[in-house]
Design a protein around this ligand. Structure first.
Ligand code: WTA
Length: 637
């Protein structure tokens, strides 16, 4: 465990108990009993959960486990879109609102389940008419809007798989993701609003598609209705795609393990990994966790502030809530635009009941001041959630007191793109401990162990692992089974290692301490240090670069780069600005280093690997620790 600062320095926090009325009315009022029942026979438990969903053909067995590959529900046939949309049409939910959206400029849209079904079906039929179908990849590069969800559902309905790329990523990042997955079609929008400005999504797509030979079709949803360049034969609007298409469409019958989506996430090499999820297992995890973690009731208006460019949007804006027949609220734009009251005004005006957001947003609002939320009536809220990074106890308490009025439970949900759904959280009826994610979800065998897989004693840090397979676990890395095995199954033999360090307390609550690999967590978003380093080295002035994370008050962590410039160039503020811009161009603004320090050398091992750990220790003014592998000739000046 070289380089891990595993002994936690944070003080144990007092537990906060939910109100008895809340517990009584909760979907799971006795979480211990549910966990105990699931632990007795996890496979039977998951099969029981799965049987709450519709399947076209039942499974032969719950799971085939051939380490490290698991196949959940072999023999079963299904399509997640049937459970997310179609099955509600024969119930009273037919005319219930499925999606309510507000644009940054005040535009509003509502789709009932019946309307959602019609639009998904017309989109599915339109895609089929273009020759897109089973096994094809459709990339989606859109703002947060109902059509983003509709594009995902239409793709999944016809048996194609989607690759949603966050609208903040650059043309180059979009291009690489389309090429890796061999995308056949790209669905985008003419643009979107962000802080009052137009984000020109279609123009970015044009730049990306120029280098993507596999992309045959570009479909443009007219979010703004402004004129954008259209390439004849290749491009059409969403209206043209769906015009004249029937509002009925049959769902493709998928094997449980058939791909539903690929989602790219950063790892510790320069190349993002395409994490694969499938229809059968994923739907069970997303469904069960949404139901129990968010305590979803039919009367709730539920708002997850993520973007479907990230896994949180996939599982907790689109698939999980819709499978539960929920009413989902979505908003376009920045949280503090036109002013710091935007979110609180939305909560008051719509009467939001459940709010699921990220610690970075909470810290930003803390800094903007309590007077903003205080201006609004937030009393409709009954449950709060947190995701993406550890929430510091101070932010937890502020969120609880100021936003939750001291009475809303906070579910601090730990999970990953790879896990597909929430694996560790206190359920709403459990006592919550600020800063601690909580207990493994029922049926999840997560724990804290040493490198040999031995359980760590309470209070002693170690690797966060999962011992047994779970339904929504990744199906692999697109096109790279070896990388799947190497990344997740070799740190601790025979166990899934998440890449996080954690510590368990005497009550079994797990607190996540941070990443153990070269991955940064910037405002809850994962970025690989190698990815940023590759972007820097791509610049002609740069000879070598090393990136580490440094603490940031709001974003949690931001990239800092150490750069060795070529001999002939003059390092200085101009070059620094140019390099920051170049990283934004190549990856996206979120990856832009906050600070660039020009250095003469970088600490390396004798085999030439950059020792980022030493740079981090030096940055924090800490002892360098074990330097036996350091090449003495490489010590920084
Ligand atoms: C971190 C986001 C502490 C963690 C859903 C994980 C968290 C990575 C939490 C996955 C949490 C996420 N407490 N850390 N509640 N949630 N993380 O794939 O380091 O974007 O490994 O998935 O975020 O990030 P990803």
């Amino acid at each position: 465990m070289e380089g891990l600062d595993l002994d936690s320095v944070l003080e144990e926090q007092d537990a906060v108990a939910p109100a008895p009325e809340f517990v009584q009315a909760a979907a799971v009022s006795d979480p211990d009993a549910l966990r105990a029942r699931a632990a007795e026979d996890p496979e039977a438990f998951w099969a029981e959960v799965a049987s709450e969903l519709d399947w076209f053909k039942p499974w032969d067995r719950a799971v085939d486990w051939d380490l490290p590959f698991a196949r959940w529900f072999p023999g079963a046939q299904c399509n997640i879109t049937h459970n997310a949309v179609d099955r509600h049409l024969s119930t009273w939910r037919r005319h219930k609102a499925a999606l309510i959206w507000e644009g940054e400029n005040g535009d509003r849209e509502v789709f009932t389940y019946a309307e959602l079904a019609r639009e998904v079906n017309r989109g599915a039929n339109g895609l089929r008419a273009l020759g897109v179908g089973r096994g094809d990849c459709v990339t989606i590069y859109m703002p947060v809007c109902p059509q983003q969800a509709i594009a995902m559902l239409a793709t999944a309905k016809i048996g194609a798989f989607h690759s949603v790329v966050f609208g903040g990523f650059s043309a180059e990042a979009l291009r690489d993701r389309m090429n890796d997955a061999n995308a056949k079609a790209l669905i985008t929008a003419d643009g979107a609003y962000q802080r009052g400005k137009v984000v020109p999504l279609k123009a970015t797509c044009d730049a990306a598609v120029a280098d993507c030979p596999s992309v045959e079709h570009v479909i443009v949803y007219e979010r703004l209705g402004t004129a954008v360049e259209m390439v004849t034969g290749r491009d059409r609007t969403w209206a043209e795609l769906t015009d004249g298409q029937a509002s009925e469409s049959t769902a493709e019958v998928m094997e449980a393990a058939d791909p539903l989506f690929v989602l790219y996430t950063s790892g510790s090499t320069g190349k993002p990994k395409g994490i694969m999820h499938s229809h059968g297992g994923y739907q069970v995890g997303a469904y069960a966790t949404t139901k129990w973690v968010f305590d979803l009731q039919d009367t709730d208006l539920y708002w997850c502030t993520a973007d479907s460019g990230w896994i949180t949007g996939h599982s907790y804006i689109v698939y999980g809530p819709l499978m539960n027949g929920a009413t989902v609220f979505m908003a376009e734009g920045a949280p503090d635009f036109p002013d710091a009251g935007r979110w609180w005004s939305i909560i008051e005006r719509y009467g939001i009941n459940i709010l699921y957001t990220a610690p970075t947003a909470v810290r930003m609002f803390m800094r903007l001041g309590e007077e903003w939320p205080d201006k609004y009536d937030l009393s409709s809220l009954r449950l709060l959630g947190s995701v993406g990074e550890p929430i510091n106890p101070e932010a937890w308490r502020w969120y609880h007191r100021v936003i939750g009025g001291g009475s809303c439970p906070i579910v601090d949900t730990w999970w990953q793109t790879e896990t597909g759904s929430i694996l560790i959280t206190a359920l709403p009826a459990d006592p919550q401990k600020p800063g601690s994610a909580g207990l493994p979800f029922p049926g999840i065998d997560a724990d804290v162990v040493d490198e040999h897989g031995n359980r760590r004693p309470d209070g002693v840090g170690g690797y966060l692992v999962v011992r047994r397979p779970w339904p929504s676990m990744l199906n692999g890395i697109y096109g790279d089974p070896d990388r799947y095995r190497d990344t997740y199954w070799t740190t601790v033999d025979g166990m899934y290692a998440a890449g996080d360090a954690a510590v368990r307390d005497a009550d079994g609550y797990i607190r996540v301490l941070g990443r153990t690999d070269d991955v940064l967590n910037v405002a809850g978003h994962r970025l690989g240090t190698m990815e940023i380093e590759s972007a820097l080295v791509a610049h002609e002035a740069v000879a070598e670069a090393a990136v580490i994370g440094i603490p940031h008050e709001v974003k949690g962590e931001v990239p800092k780069a150490f750069v060795i410039a070529h001999d002939h160039v003059e390092p200085g503020a101009d070059l620094e600005a140019e390099l920051r811009e170049s990283v934004a161009q190549q990856i996206g603004k979120i990856a832009r280093p906050q600070v660039i320090e020009f250095v003469g050398s970088l600490p390396k091992t004798r085999s030439g690997k950059i020792m980022r750990r030493l740079l981090k220790a030096q940055e924090r003014g800490e002892a360098l620790g074990d330097t036996s592998t350091l090449d003495p000739g490489s010590i920084p000046d």
